[in-house]
Design a protein around this ligand. Structure first.
Ligand code: COS
Length: 380
């Protein structure tokens, strides 16, 4: 067992850290306030290979491993979780989904552009009445011979108004339940595909979240991903990897808040000394650091499982469950350590606290992660 990062991993982490400091930091408060999607920054992240981290270079990707991916996600998320969710969705839901389950033609046509950042992708599973209960898809995909006709509504779609390619999950045969579901590639601008208004969110406000409407959208059969009826399995497998990305995002939010709190506590004085010298603050720092390290081990283990070819359904669920809890609890503590300044936008921790909340909700709520983990334990 080796807990050290390789020299290559350190270089990747440092490159992401440098990018976050030099490119993401300035303007992050304004983007949050104005809900501004960072289009130029997405292009730069594409140029650095951050949008197709694990994709095979033959499809335009960076050909790196999942450990590299979580290192990049952590560093970006320390500064700007809105930027990092764009990276996460594009990498682990869209690029992975196409690379693992798509045809060669689909990979050539879409993956090559998504992996370089020329295209941005979106993953569309959630519906007004099917978020956690993902088998209850109301969106329908009726088989019409050479094409499918898609009708329905998708909610809370990250990159919803900005994507070029949408992976859409829909029910083809209701009687077959989860085995009657398919996944499709839908392109921006297809007839009958409408992007609804942008959501006004608590956190990750620089990311672009929309409701999508599909009215008789004609999707060619070659745009179905995988065999007929394999869409639910596709969504579940893809989300398992997505949860590693979101766990790393939560880890980054938590460690970003911790670093700010530590720095502040060494500068701010009260009762004649820096506040870190008061046990009330010192013990908070000790708890934060310990639990962030524990979250890091779970995140790294899940990424390592993926790299080793092990099943990572449970390790990714545990990583997301725990890292998101740590992110929520310790961003609140970081605000507390900052006192009144923590309540002011200039100090960044209030934004990290707001951004943390979504990591307990999207790509499977904490309660869903507990279902995944406990079912596996009981089955053993
Ligand atoms: N990999 C492969 N197959 C999987 C799988 C996985 N990770 N998880 C489930 N499946 C398969 C099951 O094996 C089952 O197949 P069989 O019928 O052949 O046995 C089928 O899918 C249905 O699974 P299950 O019966 O467990 O479905 P449930 O309706 O009980 O739902 C949960 C299972 C709750 C785990 C699932 O619906 C889920 O993850 N929901 C959350 C979805 C989510 O993350 N939403 C957020 C949207 S994205 S922001």
């Amino acid at each position: 067992m080796d807990f050290n990062l390789s020299e290559e991993h350190k270089m990747i982490r440092d490159a992401a850290r440098d990018f976050a400091q030099t490119e993401l930091l300035s303007g992050v408060i304004e983007r949050d306030e104005t809900q501004h999607f960072p289009k130029e920054l997405v292009k730069k992240m594409g140029d650095l290979g951050f949008l197709g981290v694990m994709v095979d270079p033959k499809y335009g990707g960076s050909g790196m491993d999942a450990i590299s991916y979580v290192l990049i996600m952590e560093e970006l998320s320390k500064i700007d979780a809105s930027a990092s969710v764009i990276v996460s969705v594009n990498n682990s839901l869209v690029c992975y989904g196409l690379e693992a389950f798509g045809t060669e033609e689909q990979k050539q046509k879409y993956l090559t552009k998504l992996a370089t950042g020329e295209f941005v992708g979106a993953f569309c599973l959630s519906e007004p009445e099917a978020g956690s209960d993902a088998t209850s898809q109301k969106t329908t995909a009726i088989d019409k011979g050479d094409h499918y006709l898609i009708n329905g509504t998708k909610n809370w779609i990250t990159n919803g108004g900005r994507a070029d390619v949408y992976l859409v999950i829909a029910q083809t045969d209701k009687d077959k339940g989860s085995h009657g579901i398919n996944a499709f590639i839908i392109e921006k601008g297809m007839d009958g595909f409408h992007v609804g208004p942008k959501e006004n969110k608590l956190g990750i406000r620089g990311s672009d979240t929309h409701t999508l409407q599909f009215n008789d959208v004609k999707v060619p059969k070659e745009n179905r991903i995988g065999d007929d009826g394999s869409g639910f399995r596709f969504a579940m497998k893809t989300l398992s990897g997505g949860r590693i990305g979101i766990a790393a995002q939560a880890l980054g939010i938590a460690s970003g808040a911790y670093e700010l709190a530590l720095k502040y506590s060494k500068e701010r004085k009260a009762f004649g000394t820096e506040i870190c010298n008061h046990q009330a603050i010192a013990f908070k720092l000790a708890d934060m650091y310990t639990e962030i390290e524990a979250a890091r081990h779970l995140v790294m283990k899940a990424a390592w499982d993926k790299d080793q070819g092990n099943n990572y359904d449970v390790s990714s669920a545990m990583a997301k469950l725990y890292a998101s809890k740590v992110a929520m609890e310790h961003t609140v503590e970081a605000v507390q350590i900052h006192g009144g300044n923590g309540f002011v936008k200039d100090y960044h921790v209030e934004r990290l606290m707001r951004d943390a909340k979504i990591t307990q909700i999207y790509e499977g709520t904490s309660e869903i992660q507990k279902i995944v983990i406990s079912r596996s334990l009981i089955k053993q």
